[in-house]
Design a protein around this ligand. Structure first.
Ligand SMILES: [Zn+2]
Ligand SMILES: [Zn+2]
Length: 121
C-alpha cells in the first residue's frame, strides 16, 4: 500500500487506524495514569477526537511522524498529551546525562591537547 497518499474520498489515517484497531484508547499506563482495567479504553468525542500515534509512543517527534500507518494505534487526547509530556521530560533528562558525559569526555581529551599546543614550534 503506498504511504502518504491522501486523496479526497479515501479514509484518513485516523479512520484507517480506528477501523483496524477499534475506537478505544490503547494506552496501558504509558501516560502515567493507572487505568483500572489495565487499559484506558476511553473513546473520542466530537470535541476531543482520537489521535493516531505509534504505541508505545517513540521518544522523538521525528520517529512519531515517520511511523508507518501499520504501527499507529488510537489514543485518547488526554493520554496522548500526558505521554508526550512525559517523553519531553525523559528527553530532557537524557540530554542532561549526555551533556554530563560530553563534558567529562572534553575534560579528558583537553589535557593532552593543551600539552601538545605548547610545543608546536
Ligand atoms: Zn486514553
Ligand atoms: Zn493513559
Amino acid at each position: 500500500m503506498p504511504k502518504g497518499l491522501v486523496r479526497p474520498g479515501l479514509l484518513t489515517v485516523l479512520e484507517q487506524v480506528l477501523r483496524k484497531h477499534g475506537q478505544l484508547c490503547v494506552c496501558a499506563g504509558a501516560c502515567g495514569a493507572e487505568h483500572t482495567s489495565g487499559k484506558c479504553l476511553a473513546h473520542g468525542t466530537e470535541k476531543q477526537p482520537m489521535l493516531a500515534a505509534p504505541f508505545p509512543l517513540p521518544l522523538t517527534e521525528h520517529e512519531t511522524a515517520s511511523a508507518p500507518v501499520s504501527e499507529l494505534r488510537p489514543w485518547c487526547p488526554p493520554c496522548w498529551r500526558k505521554t508526550v509530556k512525559r517523553n519531553i521530560e525523559i528527553r530532557a533528562e537524557l540530554r542532561r546525562q549526555e551533556l554530563d558525559e560530553a563534558q567529562t569526555l572534553l575534560f579528558d581529551v583537553e589535557r593532552p591537547a593543551l600539552a601538545a599546543s605548547g610545543g608546536g614550534r
